[in-house]
Design a protein around this ligand. Structure first.
Ligand SMILES: Cc1ncc(C[n+]2csc(CCOP(=O)(O)OP(=O)(O)O)c2C)c(N)n1
Ligand SMILES: [Mg+2]
Length: 820
């Protein structure tokens, strides 16, 4: 077991690290005096939290809730941490943090039970309105219009995710924002409401087992490099579900494993090792440690050892199955609440009988909160049930009567049971004409509408700042508009945006000193400084996380991912954190990150990928622009920079040296999202495509013209949103034939476009030939000079596909191209 409070690393003489003695001194001088009433209030909160964990588990076992995971065994350290949390600070943590959340008043016991039950009322369950499992925390930092509130006046918690360590990359960004606000004088005005000179600390929490994830290591390394105010606590209970720490962590200790991070004459990360039951030591160490983080912006890691799991990992298993008797005994003996209680009595803060009195009162209070939360959850559903039953009782069949009785008698009423019963009744009445039938179908219609709102709202921003509401400003050209390489169009466009908006910054690999591998930012770092254009390590996951956290704090990050193929490294965070953030908080949070990446066509397997369906399917919540050239890309950036929904722009890799004209209103013109453009009018076949395939389709269309075939070529421009006005079907109405073309895998984004046009837009109705897709062959693009040609669609394969389609319609007119 760990031993004692040792700043700067490990215990006593074993450690000869400079920072250790420095930190020890800091600690001695900052010891806060603990007043009896503070100690007692803390104990009562810890005790209440424990009672809630116990009752929460019971609620799951009784069937009132479906899954429970609680903060029991971690209470005392969280009290100490909470004392240092100030308005304006930020949390990014996980499901064990209930005590901290209550102590900082970011949540409370009522909300705890409301979320456990899955109450969809946002007032009762403000973190997620029933969308997240219990103990997945979030404060609401947007107002009802979806705009940022002042975060400097409130304690703030970003929205948890269940995928362990998934919250770490975002933590980096929360702290990075403090660094920018403190060090970038251009942000003096922009900081209003978001920062006070960067004094805000980003608090992180993570379990011992989750530190094995790459996200953890990437974040810790980046925090050490960037020197940002992160205070990361590792709640070490020795287990990740059933797997003991010896099977997780080198040397069975994350602080030992991290010793190379401890500062010497070079900056690093301060490390504190503390025992999770030692209240007084924890309070001291957190006070001094966080003070140092706040004032110096030096990151710190608090390794909290000897924590326990009194009820095991979660409600889905019992820890007696995998913990030894000795370990279980240890957990009882070292239970942090028991230890704190003994210490209070020994130190004379209170007597045992006083404590018993408080415990009895707090037990009752938690039970009362549970009951109120249950009632608040059930009451509206019971009303809906009563309404449904009042109709059902008038339907005169035994089976429906049975359903009505079951619904009436249920201890726990669910909306799915109501809808299922009502739907059954409606089916029994098919073909009849009765007031009950009308009422039932109205009930179902209303119910479904409400549910769509209840569970599906806020996937995208609906605020006035939605990119869909950004004014369309067409590109303007004149006789003096210069023609330049495509990369210059982007360069001038980024330059104009950096000049316009001081909140805008870009982070990524090679984008600073070099100015991007394609020189799209050439010279901009010299012009705007290295806090606006900042080189990062090769760490796509945390480049994105750094952007997410900063965007939550009012900044406008451009997350630069060098190649689309490497976006897969960031995909987990993009999908699990960024894309569903607005939805999983029911509109309570947003992170307007703009991701810049480059793909589709270059040489080599990992510079030529186009995995668009991966993005389309994983990133609902993020707009996806697939511009065919750099001018369109610039227009999408201009739209997204002025909006508040995250977006990704995929530039065409082989387009930087293509000539394009620079619009006179560079930096100002916008390209609307979800508006396809007809690149070539035609009458015989519609070819629907995007990105680099636009040029190929146009090339093929010219070849097809020579064969007497007139192709209409449509650039969808954005895959999400897809054709908001449903315009593509109007082309299909005229041509009666359609080919969906791209360079993703077969069944990828081409199939997505097909589903949108044929099913959603009813395009199938107008076809007189089978619809087709043409995509890459299902292998990665080979490197050799012809590898791309034989893997991706090309002029010949497009010509063949379209010709084949025309032949199917009129074999007499279109003789076979080949000899068969
Ligand atoms: C990426 C990922 N893998 C697996 C899981 C399943 N899982 C949930 S909690 C957990 C153990 C986490 O242990 P630890 O980080 O020590 O936290 P503790 O629950 O012990 O506080 C696992 C494996 C998950 N949620 N996310
Ligand atoms: Mg653990």
């Amino acid at each position: 077991m760990g031993t004692s409070t040792v700043p700067g690393g490990r215990e006593k003489s074993r450690d000869n690290v400079t920072s250790a003695s420095y930190m020890a001194k800091t600690l001695r001088h900052s010891k806060p005096a603990l007043a009896a009433e503070t100690v007692i209030a803390d104990y009562r909160l810890a005790y209440s939290s424990r009672r809630a964990s116990i009752l929460g588990r019971a609620e799951v076992l009784r069937g009132n809730a479906t899954f429970g995971i609680f903060g029991d065994g971690k209470e005392v350290a969280q009290l100490a941490m909470a004392k240092t949390f100030r308005p304006g600070d930020w949390r990014s943590g996980y499901y064990r943090d209930q005590t901290f959340m209550w102590a900082t008043e970011m949540s409370n016991v009522r909300a705890f039970f409301a979320q456990l039950y899955g109450n969809t009322n946002v007032d009762a369950e403000p973190a997620s309105a029933g969308r997240q499992m219990g103990n997945h925390f979030a404060t609401r930092f947007l107002d009802d219009r979806g705009e940022f509130k002042r975060s400097v006046d409130t304690p703030n918690s970003t929205a948890d995710v269940s995928n362990v360590a998934g919250w770490m990359p975002r933590l980096l960004g929360l702290a990075y924002a403090s660094k920018l606000y403190r060090n970038n004088p251009q942000l003096r005005t922009a900081q209003d409401g978001f920062s006070v000179n960067g004094n805000e600390v980003a608090f992180g929490t993570i379990g011992d087992a989750a530190t094995s994830e790459g996200h953890f290591w990437e974040t810790v390394n980046a925090a050490g490099v960037l020197q940002v105010p992160i205070a990361l606590s590792v709640w070490d209970d020795g287990y990740g579900i059933s797997v003991p720490i010896s099977d997780e962590t080198t040397k069975s200790s994350i602080s030992d494993a991290l010793r190379g991070f401890i500062p010497d004459d070079r900056p690093g990360i301060d490390i504190y090792v503390l025992r999770g039951w030692d209240y007084a030591a924890l309070v001291d160490a957190y006070a001094a440690g966080i003070d140092r983080v706040r004032t110096t912006h030096k990151p710190a890691l608090f390794h909290i050892t000897e924590l326990t799991q009194p009820q095991g990992h979660s409600t889905s298993g019992s820890h007696e199955r995998y913990k030894s008797k000795e370990r279980l005994r240890f957990e009882v003996e070292y239970d942090c609440i028991r230890r704190m209680r003994d210490w209070i009595i020994e130190s004379g803060f209170a007597s045992e009988s006083q404590i018993e009195g408080w415990e009895a009162a707090d037990k009752e209070a938690v039970e009362a909160a549970r009951d109120l939360a249950w009632e608040a959850y059930q009451a509206p559903i019971r009303d809906e049930r009563d309404h449904a039953v009042s109709i059902l009782q008038r339907v005169d069949t035994p089976k429906v009567a049975e359903i009505a009785a079951t619904l009436t008698d249920a201890n726990k009423v669910t909306r799915s049971a109501i809808l299922s019963g009502v739907s059954f009744a409606l089916r029994t009445l098919r073909g009849t004409d009765s007031p009950e039938r009308t009422e039932l179908s109205k009930f179902i219609e209303d119910y479904k509408r409400e549910h769509a709102e209840r569970y599906r709202s806020h996937v995208y921003s609906t605020s006035d700042e939605s990119p869909l509401k950004v004014a369309v400003v067409p590109a303007v050209y004149s006789a003096k508009s210069p023609t330049v390489d495509g990369r210059q169009v982007l360069l001038r466009n980024f330059d104009a945006n950096f000049a316009r908006d001081p909140r805008l910054f870009v982070i990524g690999e090679d984008i600073g000193r070099l100015g991007d591998v394609n020189l799209v930012f050439e010279g901009l770092q010299a012009k705007y400084g290295d806090l606006r254009l900042t080189d990062t390590g090769i760490r796509e996951t945390t480049i994105l996380g750094q952007s997410i956290g900063a965007a939550m704090r009012g900044l406008r990050p451009i997350c630069d991912i060098q190649y689309l193929d490497y976006f897969l490294y960031a995909l987990e965070v993009a999908a699990d954190d960024l894309a569903c953030l607005h939805w999983r908080t029911a509109g309570g949070q947003k992170a307007p990150v703009v991701i810049r990446t480059k793909g589709h066509r270059l040489v080599g397997i990992w510079h030529a990928g186009s995995p668009m369906a991966v993005l389309v399917n994983a990133l609902h919540g993020v707009y996806i622009a697939v511009p065919r050239n750099m001018t369109q890309a610039a227009g999408f950036y201009n739209t997204l920079f002025r909006g508040d929904n995250p977006g990704v722009v995929i530039e065409v890799l082989n387009g930087y040296r293509m000539k394009e004209r620079v619009p006179d209103n560079i930096g100002e013109f916008t390209v609307p999202l979800g508006v396809p453009e007809v690149l070539r009018a035609g009458t015989d076949v519609t070819v629907v495509t995007y990105g680099a395939c636009c040029a190929i389709a146009l090339d093929a269309a010219r070849a097809l013209e020579e064969l007497g075939i007139s192709c209409e070529v449509i650039d969808v421009q954005t895959l999400n949103p897809f054709d908001v006005d449903q315009s593509i079907v109007r082309s299909v109405e005229r041509t009666h034939a359609v080919l969906f073309l791209d360079e993703d895998m077969p069944g990828g984004a081409s199939a997505f476009m097909m589903q949108q046009v044929l099913e959603r837009q009813n395009g199938w109705w107008h076809l007189d030939a089978a619809p087709r897709t043409l995509a890459a062959s299902p292998n990665r693009p080979a490197y050799g000079p012809d590898g791309d040609y034989f893997t991706k669609p090309n002029r010949e394969s497009v010509v063949e596909a379209v010709y084949d389609l025309m032949r199917e319609r009129n074999p007499a007119k279109f003789a076979p191209l080949d000899s068969q």
